[in-house]
Structures are given as C-alpha cells and as structure tokens.
Design a protein around this ligand. Structure first.
Ligand code: AP5
Ligand code: MG
Length: 210
C-alpha cells in the first residue's frame, strides 16, 4: 500500500504517518526528516539545503525527487510506504506519478491559526517524532519516547519561517491536492481533533481500502 499524507504545517502529518507506519508495518519516509538528518550530520547535502530549510523555503531543483526515488526503490519499500512532505508542487507530483502508483492520499485539515499555535511549542526528535507539552507530552521531559534522544526546537518553527511555509502550502501544495481530488484518491481528514481521533478517521479509510 502506497500512502501520501498532506496537510498544512503542524497538522500532524508526521504524527499520523508514524501511527500508520507502525500499525501497517510500512516504511515511513519524510523528506523534511531526511533533510534535517543531513543538516545535523553536516553532510554535503545538509550544507546545500540548510539555508532553505531554516527559512521555510522548498529546497530547489530536482534534489528532492532523486532522494525520494532512491528511497522508495529500496527493498523495504516493496510492501509500500507512507510518504510525508512529498510531493509539494506540481513538478514533484508529475515526477512521483512517473515512478509510483499511489493508492491512498490523506489531507489533514487545520486552520492556519491552529497550525501556528501547535508549532510554536513543538519539540522534535531526529527520528521524526514530534511532541507538544500539552497535546502530546513525552513520558520523560525533553526525551523521545521511541529512541531516547534529546528533543529540540526546529529552526524553522520561528514565526517568520512558519508564515512562509504556510504560504507555500496554500500556493503550491494545494494545487497538487486538486490532482488527487480528480483521481478520487484524496480523503479529507478533520485535523482539529485529538491525535487518536484523527488516526481513527484515517484508519477507517485504510481498513475499507485493504
Ligand atoms: P517538513 O519537515 O515536512 O515540515 P512541514 O511540512 O512544515 O510539516 P511539519 O513537520 O512542521 O508538521 P506536521 O504536519 O508533520 O506536524 P507534526 O506531526 O509534527 O519540511 C520541512 C522543510 O524541509 C520544508 O520547509 C522544506 O524546506 C524542506 N522540504 C521537505 N519536503 C520538501 C519537498 N518535497 N520539496 C522541497 N523541500 C522540502 O505535529 C505538529 C505538532 O502538533 C506536534 O507538536 C504534535 O505533537 C502536535 N499534534 C499533532 N497532531 C495533533 C492533534 N491532533 N492535536 C493536537 N496536537 C497535535
Ligand atoms: Mg512533519
């Protein structure tokens, strides 16, 4: 099963993609996490993308396409995958269409006001999990439940970068959603409910599809 998860910044794409991945034993791929990993490790790729990611801009050119192509062709993706953060514009969507047939697409909807409010307090882990001091606290303060790593505040969770990321979502990524809407693969999910309720809505659709 090949699944895409969309939604504005802070809608819970990463949170929900991880839950889908765990329940259905599908590899979880998040382009943002791949970039943040390389930035933290100081690799060539990390140096190339850091200024874009920190400012909340899309990384340019076909770089992301090649990263996704390489990742989804790995043997563990023969069962499918859950992809979060890609495609974000029409050019990426066309590329993805040429390399994979997508089964289900979810868009988790929340208002921009809610997005800003969630992101300003978010704590992230480099394994991809996100926490929130009130909505989704870790068992141990400042430490990831899954991998035990120290949580951090993302550089792009500053007000100016959040604003830019939301603007790009509305301008470029929503055009991609129209394509999936036309092909009847898109499912609208109400993101303004608790994490478990959002997952139940998504899961009811996956169960019907399987
Ligand atoms: P990326 O890492 O994908 O960031 P994003 O799209 O901005 O999305 P977020 O990770 O901020 O939000 P999320 O929806 O995953 O929310 P989360 O689950 O954490 O991309 C970062 C950057 O990488 C881009 O800006 C760009 O520079 C680059 N990039 C990535 N992909 C690219 C591409 N394809 N092309 C070019 N460049 C690319 O949840 C948010 C918070 O809310 C958490 O604290 C969580 O605990 C809490 N929460 C979650 N669900 C709920 C709920 N239901 N109720 C209450 N709180 C909740
Ligand atoms: Mg995320």
């Amino acid at each position: 099963m090949k699944i895409l998860v969309f939604g504005p910044q802070g809608s819970g794409k990463g949170t929900q993609a991880e839950l889908i991945s765990r329940k259905y034993k599908l590899p979880y791929i998040a382009t943002g996490d791949i970039f943040r990993f390389h930035i933290k490790e100081g690799t060539q790729l990390g140096k190339k993308v850091k200024s874009y990611v920190d400012k909340g801009e899309l990384t340019p050119g076909s770089l992301t396409n090649e990263i996704v192509k390489d990742r989804i062709q790995q043997p563990d993706c023969s069962v499918g995958f859950v992809l979060d953060g890609y495609p974000r514009n029409i050019s990426q969507q066309k590329f993805l269409e040429s390399i994979a047939k997508i089964d289900l697409v979810f868009v988790i909807n929340i208002s921009d006001t809610e997005a800003v409010s969630r992101l300003k307090d978010r704590l992230a882990c480099k394994c991809g999990l996100s926490y929130h001091p009130v909505n989704n606290p870790p068992y141990k303060k400042g430490i990831c439940n899954k991998c035990g790593d120290k949580l951090f505040v993302r550089d792009d969770d500053k007000p100016a970068a959040i604003k830019k990321r939301l603007a790009i979502y509305h301008k470029e990524t929503e055009l991609v959603l129209e394509i999936y809407q036309k092909s009847n693969t898109l499912h609208q999910i109400n993101g303004a409910q608790g994490i478990e309720e959002v997952f139940a809505e998504i899961d009811n659709i996956i169960i019907l599809y399987k």
